[in-house]
Ligand binder design. Structure first.
Ligand code: 2AM
Length: 483
């Protein structure tokens, strides 16, 4: 059998099919395979008709068609299906061959697979793929991580098919073992935050200012021309003006209970594990949880009261500008937190993450693509070891410019009883982060009071002491218990 294919792709659901067609467009020969083999025939006879795509009816046939080092990309359901295919591939591959998992895998699975396959001298890549079906077909954001030796072999294919931003591919090497899937997970967490922030802005326009859907849509379209220019603002402007066949806005007919597949939750869990204050993404996940308690909310809405509704009295134009500033500032906080989490993960797992490169990977192709990410790229280009995005001059000045309006918006929402978990927790984070002193000294005193956990004096760093606060109890401090 002639070894003619540049890469094999297993998994012919929409994402897999579209990635194959994208690779084909860029001159690569792809061998397609699927567990249900009939789908290979159907794909070749339909979507891939007239292309250079070849098919295989068995894994052996698929592997025999590949050039060396053989590259096999999996686009199958995350979890057991990936491990099952890896096990079937192992006897068919040789040292130096490459397995790429492009599914929505947990980064811990990619860490494990990297290690297991390295022992067998197979190069493993776990790659985040973002941009949905459209992205996969015409240019996704790709976040590959794993065995660095695999990168030179897959780089030409990955960078060719990726989205481009100012001519540069939205794809670069992220780091070893699970780094690619970790960065993709944080991307999804940030996506949760961005979506919730936009929802809160729409809610405020509707219930604080009293605007209708078309007016909200116009404001979003206007915002999309400036600093907030992004895919999610753009589609939300479309959503707010979209009318159903009966002329009624479709968005008002949709049940207000948000679904989730888990990547936002994984990001928040990882932040808790690593002790990083990822407050905005955490709130966005909990906001979805609260929304899904629809039945309980219906009951509570009839019993729990809030402030009386009042007509908007202020300067509407000024308030909408304040809201834009509040959204922008909160977004800066969310990304600053996301990069804090990635930095901590990099420290934990010994990843050498390229933060500017990550911003560029997210700049185009993916759901959170925005002009704003170009500014993040610039900040890390200027200072690759930047400790926190908030300390970059551009973002520092932006927050300073935004904060008065941001505070007015949060205050008005609180007074009107409109929930703004992300806008307001972002502000609380900002005020905490910029505080030299926070009241955690009282927590330390409380812990020492009830549990003899000891505390450190400002005047004697590193020395932990216990006080017998009541004169009762002993002088003994707790050393073994640390909950
Ligand atoms: P299928 O077409 O044979 O169902 C998305 O679901 C892709 O993952 C499809 O290509 C699907 O194959 C594949 N897939 C889902 N679960 C799988 C499993 N347990 N083993 C192998 N492939 C699986």
């Amino acid at each position: 059998m002639a070894e003619t294919a540049d890469i094999a792709l297993i998994g012919l659901a929409v994402m897999g099919q579209n990635l194959i067609l994208n690779m084909n467009d860029h001159g690569f020969v792809v061998c397609a395979f699927n567990r249900t083999v009939e789908k290979v025939d159907a794909f070749l006879a339909n979507e891939a008709k007239g292309t250079k795509v070849v098919g295989a009816r068995s894994m052996e046939e698929m592997v025999s068609k590949l050039k060396r080092p053989k590259k096999v990309m999996l686009l199958v359901k995350a979890g057991a299906a990936v491990d099952a295919f890896i096990q079937k591939l192992l006897p068919l591959l040789e040292p130096g061959d490459i397995i790429i998992d492009g599914g929505n895998s947990e980064y811990t699975d990619s860490q494990r697979r990297s290690k297991e396959l390295a022992e067998k001298k197979i190069l493993f890549v776990g790659s985040g793929v973002s941009g949905g079906e459209e992205g996969a077909r015409y240019g996704p954001s790709l976040m590959p991580g794993g065995s660095p030796d695999a990168w030179p072999h897959i780089k030409p294919i990955f960078q060719a098919i990726a989205a481009k931003s100012d001519g540069e591919p939205c794809c670069d090497w992220v780091g070893k073992d699970g780094a690619g899937h970790y960065v993709k997970m944080v991307h999804n967490g940030i996506e949760y935050g961005d979506m919730q922030l936009i929802c809160e802005a729409c809610h405020i326009m509707k219930d604080v200012v009293g605007m209708n859907n078309d007016e909200i849509s116009e404001v979003l379209s206007e915002w999309n021309k400036g600093e907030l220019d992004s895919f999610l603002i753009e589609i939300t402007a479309d959503i707010m003006r979209y009318k159903d066949t009966d002329g009624v806005h479709l968005v008002d007919k949709i049940k207000d209970a948000a679904g989730q597949k888990g990547t936002g939750k994984w990001t928040a869990i990882s932040a808790l594990d690593k002790g990083m204050p990822l407050t905005l993404i955490g709130e966005s996940v909990f906001a979805r949880c609260l929304s899904s308690l629809k039945d309980e909310r219906v009951v509570a809405s009839k019993q729990l009261s809030g402030p009386a509704k009042s007509a908007f009295k202020g300067d509407k134009k000024q308030f909408i500008e304040d809201l834009r500033l509040a959204l922008y500032a909160s977004k800066i906080i969310s990304y600053a937190q996301g990069f804090m989490l990635m930095r901590e993960a990099a420290n934990n797992y010994d990843w050498n993450l390229n933060y500017g490169g990550i911003a560029l990977m997210w700049r185009g192709g993916c759901i959170i693509r925005s002009v704003f990410l170009g500014e993040i790229k610039k900040a890390f280009d200027k200072n690759p070891t930047l400790a926190n995005l908030l300390l970059d001059d551009f973002f520092k000045n932006a927050i300073h410019k935004c904060q008065d309006g941001w505070r007015r918006v949060v205050a008005s929402s609180v007074m009107q009883g409109i929930p703004t978990p992300c806008l307001s927790s972002a502000l609380a984070f900002y005020d905490g982060y910029r505080s030299e002193r926070v009241p955690a000294n009282i927590i330390q005193a409380q812990r020492d009071y009830f549990g003899a956990h000891t505390y450190e004096l400002l005047s004697a760093p590193g020395k932990f002491v216990h006080t017998n606060w009541t004169g009762r109890g002993g002088q003994v401090s707790s050393s073994s218990y640390n909950a």
